[in-house]
Design a protein around this ligand. Structure first.
Ligand code: ADP
Length: 492
């Protein structure tokens, strides 16, 4: 297939900056496209953490200019070149917008930065200016989530007539409908678009507000989201579409779900450099030693007959923590131990801190972000708990499968697409799946896991079936490239 010029625009990407799964995706896909011979520019803001950790980023002799409302803002452009893959990474610098301790939130108040709209209008305008200054006309501009969605929207409005972009096609990937970039109507005046587009039924308007994501859903050539089930769910109900279900349904012919992959060079027990003992499916002795190490770190005693449950993630309602809260005592009365790693809502910090006090020999909470510990939990736990209310794709359940850590998941989004409920008669399946969002079915699934853990032979079969699953990126990257080619070279 022909070589494509691809701009991959994202607010975060591993290893540069990360708050969630979006960063994992953005850290892998562009490199894979570059490895396959495409010209790829990954573009993100020059966040403080990048500035501090990548002093070798080269400052280019390029002066960026972006208009936000009535104000002009300057920006600089930095670049890193990954010789191994050929990927070029560009960072857009503006000290007052991006030189901050967190990506989107004020760590003092815990609230979103008040100028988030301005920050990402600036970023989106500056991305277009990067193309102009480099005189580079991408075939595909692939934007991710609300923070970069406007690049796509501007390409069909304010920048639509520019000759440089006449052949450029756009793809929006939605990683989570819960974050849409909604701002007061006055924000619309900062976009520089025709004011009629700001009023209903214009693409930027949403119930008297401005909605960045909505505009890109309506204006992008193609829309993807991160699992086939989530692609269906977000069109079907308000619970998943979060108000944009009608808009998504209108674009159903151009909306596809492509499951995220796993970077197995980082997340597999054979290769993981963050865990003390590597292991393979044929010999799980390393897993047992990792469990010992993890229990030791958590200050929990070893109980050989009891499964160790792990939970890692943002402590957010999305993750089904209200269900766990309502059964925590019943759960802790079962023969199990549990380790939680996460940060987020205060109520869950309190819940887990109190649980630790009440069950000091059974429960440990690490209320922080710690990548190395996340690897050790995947490697050392026996069961992984992920009872999400909704889950666009979810990565941890896929990591868990590879590490032989049996996932308990709710049947939603990417969880439904990646975990198969274990059938005790046929012995097929890879985890425990419950359907209704309710604490009863969750507790039943937990009890099933504890019971089955005692049947060592059957448990091992379940573990190994999960470890054999392959969710590598190759398949997903191929689907994205097919999509790009289909819009750049349509056959009809
Ligand atoms: P989401 O994108 O909704 O946060 P995902 O499961 O798709 O959830 O991805 C979350 C990613 O962030 C995973 O790689 C997970 O290991 C990591 N992660 C989340 N919270 C923490 C934490 N407290 N410490 C270390 N890693 C974390």
């Amino acid at each position: 297939m022909n070589e494509l010029k691809i701009a991959f625009v994202t607010p975060e990407a591993v290893p540069f900056a990360k708050t969630g799964g979006l960063a994992d995706v953005s850290g892998v896909l562009p490199s894979l496209f570059a490895q396959r011979g495409h010209t790829v520019k990954l573009i993100l803001p020059f966040h403080r953490c990048i500035k501090d950790n990548y002093p070798n980023a080269e400052r280019l002799d390029v002066h960026l200019n972006a208009v936000v409302g009535s104000k002009q803002f300057d920006g600089s452009l930095y670049r890193l070149h990954d010789r191994a893959t050929g990927l070029e990474v560009y960072f857009i610098e503006n000290g007052s917008f991006f030189d901050r301790s967190e990506l989107y939130r004020d760590p003092v108040t815990g609230n979103d930065y008040e100028d988030n709209a301005d920050r990402f209008i600036f970023f989106s305008q500056a991305v277009l200016d990067v193309f102009r200054r480099l005189d580079w006309a991408p075939d595909i501009v692939h934007v991710n989530d609300w923070q970069s969605a406007l690049v796509s929207s501007f390409l069909k409005t304010t920048a639509g007539q520019e000759s440089l972009f006449q052949k450029t096609k756009t793809v929006l990937t939605i990683h989570n409908m819960a974050y849409q970039g909604q701002f007061p109507m006055e924000t619309g005046l900062k976009l520089g678009v025709d004011p009629t587009l700001l009023r209903a039924p214009g693409p930027f308007e949403y119930w008297g507000k401005i909605n960045f994501l909505k505009s890109a859903i309506l204006l992008s050539d193609k829309i993807t989201t991160v699992s086939p089930s989530y692609a269906r769910e977000i069109q079907e109900s308000n619970e998943f579409g979060m108000g944009l279900e009608g808009v998504l349904k209108d674009r159903c012919d151009d909306l596809v779900g492509i499951i995220n992959g796993v970077d197995y060079s980082v997340w597999s027990p054979q290769k993981d450099t963050d865990i003390p003992y590597k292991y393979i499916p044929a010999n799980l002795s390393g897993k047992k030693r990792n469990k010992l190490e993890l229990l030791h770190l958590a200050g929990l005693p070893l109980r050989v007959d009891q499964p160790l449950f792990g939970l890692i993630g943002r402590l957010d309602n999305q993750k089904g923590l209200d269900l766990i809260a309502s059964i925590i005592d019943e759960m802790m009365s079962l023969d199990l131990q549990m380790i939680v790693l996460g940060t987020g809502a205060e109520e869950y910090h309190m819940l887990f801190a109190q649980t630790e006090q009440r069950y000091p020999d059974r429960f440990k909470a690490f209320l922080k972000f710690d990548n190395k510990l996340a690897h050790l939990i995947e490697a050392g736990a026996d069961v992984f708990l992920m009872p999400s209310r909704f889950e666009p794709c979810g990565l941890n359940q896929m990591y868990s499968l590879k590490y032989g850590t049996v996932p308990i998941v709710r049947k939603t989004g990417g969880l439904a697409d990646t975990v198969v409920d274990f059938n005790e008669v046929t012995l097929e399946g890879t985890g425990f799946v419950f359907d209704e969002y309710d604490s009863g079915p969750l507790l039943d699934a937990i009890k099933r896991a504890v019971r089955l853990y005692a049947r060592r032979k059957t448990w091992h079969k379940l573990v190994k079936q999960g470890m054999q699953k392959d969710f590598s990126w190759d398949n997903s990257a191929r689907q994205y490239l097919e999509l790009y080619h289909a819009i750049v070279h349509p056959t009809t």
